[in-house]
Design a protein around this ligand. Structure first.
Ligand code: NDP
Length: 331
């Protein structure tokens, strides 16, 4: 402990890039909140693919660093210049490295107030994936009455939220997943057609067959490498390919002529930061998600809770396709 007033707290540290075996729980120094910052006692931390990409070095972050971007907790101290946040407030956030600690210091501007009736663990589970699903259906492609959307990995974290949000806007969902049990989760959330893509010989033909022989309006694809070609081939003329992740691996370079032959298609590769670039936009999306949960319009499925010491197991489960819904770490 070097700084006056600083404390130590347990945290999940990535000491060097690698697989989940590099993860360590250590005591780290937590400085008192500076200008515009608050200190938070963390109730739960969200497990996300971005943590994997950062740990592996796919997204470059200088090591060592405290892992994770998403969490929720109770404010314990407020730095100078912070307005609208007080000690005792319940808050959640979805972005900004260093979330996986028992006590963390955050930018006050990254926080969303958690409404009464929403538990802190549910809020932690909802922020990153919730704001992602929110921008994908409201801003990347504007889903409306009758929109037909292909949603891959529909029993996953983002997938379950996409199914619910497309249905809530009057759309139709063609859901894929890797097992019958996972498809059942998508069906229970309202998906209209179900495809086990681990058994599909020609996925695009099955998608079209599920849509009366026509292509879909939009493909929401966070699986990437394994599904990209089928997603593109599933679109109607002028449909939109929304590649938002690569849980199966990154998609190789694309020959743009394929967009022509496919029917004047659109392709986008969006990311949350660009859809929450201002405090206002972030707050609007985060609040909309938490209010939908409070009102019972959005269901958050917490698929597993792991103590910080078991974080490697949580990531192995996520990367190994053994999970549904959202995983949490509990510091
Ligand atoms: P999920 O809960 O969806 O877990 C990943 C799922 O992908 C698995 O359960 C599995 O479902 C499916 N999958 C298919 N092939 C593979 C494979 N080879 N290896 C692992 N999984 C595979 O994760 P999240 O909801 O956390 O994230 C989903 C995607 O969204 C990720 O790619 C993530 O990076 C991305 N993302 C993007 C954001 C953005 O703004 N661009 C923000 C947040 C997330 P099944 O068994 O059914 O195939």
């Amino acid at each position: 402990v070097n700084n006056p007033g600083s404390t130590t707290a347990r945290a999940l540290v990535v000491p060097r890039n690698g697989d989940s075996s590099v993860l360590e729980v250590r005591d780290v120094e937590v400085s008192p909140p500076g200008d515009g910052e608050v200190q938070v006692e963390v109730a739960a931390v969200g497990v996300n693919f971005i943590d994997v990409y950062q740990r592996q070095g796919v997204y470059a972050v200088p090591t060592p660093f405290v892992s994770c971007s998403e969490g929720a907790g109770t404010v314990t101290a407020v730095g100078p210049g912070v307005e609208g946040v007080r000690v005792g407030d319940r808050v959640a956030w979805g972005q900004g490295l260093g979330a996986a600690g028992a006590v963390v210091t955050r930018e006050a501007d990254s926080l969303v107030p958690v409404p009464d009736g929403v538990d802190l663990d549910v809020a932690a589970a909802a922020m990153l994936q919730g704001m992602t699903a929110h921008y994908l259906v409201n801003s990347t492609y504007v889903v409306g009455e009758g929109t037909v959307a292909l949603v891959h990995a529909a029993a996953g974290g983002v997938g379950q939220l996409l199914v619910q949000m497309v249905k809530a806007k009057g759309g139709r969902v063609i859901a894929t997943a890797g097992s019958a049990d996972k498809l059942e989760i998508a069906r229970a959330l309202g998906a209209d057609a179900l495809i086990d893509y681990s058994r599909a010989d020609d996925l695009a033909s099955e998608v079209r067959a599920a849509n009366g022989g026509k292509g879909v309006d939009v493909a929401y694809d966070g699986v990437g490498k394994a599904t990209f070609d089928a997603s593109l081939a599933s679109l109607r003329p002028r449909g939109m390919m929304v590649l938002f992740g690569g849980s199966s691996g990154q998609v190789p370079p694309l020959d743009l002529q394929r967009l022509n032959s496919g029917g004047s298609l659109f392709v986008t590769r969006p990311t949350l930061g660009h859809y929450t670039a201002t405090r206002e936009e972030m707050l609007e999306r985060g609040t909309a998600v938490l209010e939908d949960i409070a009102a019972g319009r959005l269901h958050i499925d917490i698929g597993g809770r792991y103590p910080l010491e078991d974080a490697a197991r949580a990531y192995d489960d996520l990367e190994g396709r053994r999970t549904t819904g959202k995983l949490l770490l509990v510091p």
